[in-house]
Design a protein around this ligand. Structure first.
Ligand SMILES: N[C@@H](CCC[C@H](N)C(=O)O)C(=O)O
Length: 382
């Protein structure tokens, strides 16, 4: 039997498991009264693909786009404030059982879970409230991500009985995640060859889209490959009408395994409307809509790393001109864009260092205990 927390970030949904519930692990004190799991013992060997798929299954399992295995890690020094902050590792598995190296919405959800849990400790809670900001580091296989939220004594709090796994005293308080720099260098995305010499790649020659129906091929003539810790391919379209002409499943599933992407790719179609003609924030007022076909999970209601990839691609190709941030990495002072996805709106800012900062709603949906099917049920024909 496995305890789990079900979370959602704009309809991109996750099952969160604790590594410590999956096996007995080598442990150490983190310094905040919680137990840390060594990086090598963070859940990887404990779940196989069949097991992951079964839990992610929406009919016979719990159902989710990604399954996450988290483990407390030793306290880190915050690069910005120099203060000690809690750290948690997160392994990400797509619903098809494949491992992913990054997930923006999962990072937001896990950071929120960890922050809420940290506040259960009265002494720590006092420290956080005095600082006015709560910081947690989420360590994924590809990047170490700083996550933060503003909290003070006036923040509305909610009391949930402490017997539940997930206390959620500050539900709906946005967590910001610094997702890091977007990568355009072909070996780092990665691509199988160097085709993106300018800012974009040619879909017909580089992706073999020549066979696609003419109207689709002309809409998808140029794509932008972006690494956000995971690989993304973004198509920027001028209008919502054109976005609606795209069969996300048909095109996305075809491109997901395109040979140009040796590790597969997440495919996003985004419509960026015209800028307002007046106002100091004309660029940020542009309506940005996006639909995503996720590698290993299919069409999802939202994808955080894809939202970052859209803004990075639009900036790279000159479609969006983001004004420089006015203060180093302060969320309130960044150029912030709203990316509307079918499940909700994500905010993407560009920090003074050029990193992508992601924010948006996230919440615990329920907590539960999963009972795995017997071996024979797992192998029985459908
Ligand atoms: N939903 C995620 C991305 C999940 C991983 C992706 N499917 C991959 O395989 O890279 C997000 O919010 O970023």
């Amino acid at each position: 039997m496995r305890p789990f927390v079900k979370m959602t970030g704009c309809g991109n949904d996750f099952v969160v498991l604790e590594a410590s519930d999956l096996e007995s692990l080598e442990t150490a004190s983190t310094g905040f009264g919680v137990t840390a799991t060594t990086a090598s013992g963070s859940g990887q060997a404990m779940l196989d693909k069949t097991d992951i798929r079964a839990m992610c299954d929406r009919r016979n399992g719990i159902g989710c786009d990604q399954l996450l295995v988290i483990a407390a890690q030793p306290v880190q020094m915050d690069a910005r404030s120099g203060a000690p902050v809690a750290a948690v590792s997160m392994q990400i598995y797509n619903s098809d059982g494949s491992e992913a190296l990054a997930c923006g919405n999962a990072t937001r959800c896990v950071a929120q879970l960890w922050m809420d849990r940290e506040l259960e400790d009265d002494a720590r809670r006092e420290q956080v409230l005095a600082a006015g900001e709560q910081v947690v580091v989420v360590i994924t296989a590809s990047r170490t991500l700083r996550c933060w939220r503003a909290l003070d004594r006036s923040t509305p709090s909610k009391t949930i009985p402490s017997t539940t796994i997930a206390q959620d005293p500050f539900q709906n308080v946005n967590v910001f995640v610094d997702m890091g720099l977007p990568e355009f260098e072909w070996t780092r995305i990665p691509l199988s060859r160097d085709v993106q010499r300018g800012s974009a790649l040619d879909a017909v020659t580089d992706l073999g889209l020549a066979d696609a129906p003419k109207d689709v091929a002309s809409l998808l003539a140029r794509g932008v490959a972006v690494g956000m810790g995971n690989p993304h391919l973004v198509f920027l379209l001028p209008s919502e009408e054109q976005l609606n002409q795209i069969d996300v499943r048909a095109v996305g599933s075809k491109l997901e395994t395109n040979a140009l992407f040796p590790q597969g790719v997440n495919v996003t179609f985004a419509a960026i409307g015209p800028a307002a003609t007046t106002g100091s924030n004309a660029e940020a007022s542009r309506r940005i809509l996006a639909k995503v076909w996720e590698r290993g999970a299919g069409e999802t209601l939202a994808c955080g790393s894809a939202a970052c990839a859209v803004i990075a691609a639009a900036q790279r190709t000159g479609v969006l001109v983001a004004p420089a941030a006015t203060a180093a990495d302060n969320a309130a002072n960044q150029s912030v864009f709203s990316v509307q996805m079918p499940g909700g709106t994500l905010q993407v800012g560009i920090s003074a260092q050029g990193t992508m900062v992601l924010a948006g709603p996230s919440r615990v949906v329920f907590v539960g205990v999963y009972s795995p099917p017997s071996q024979s049920a797992l192998t029985a024909p459908a």
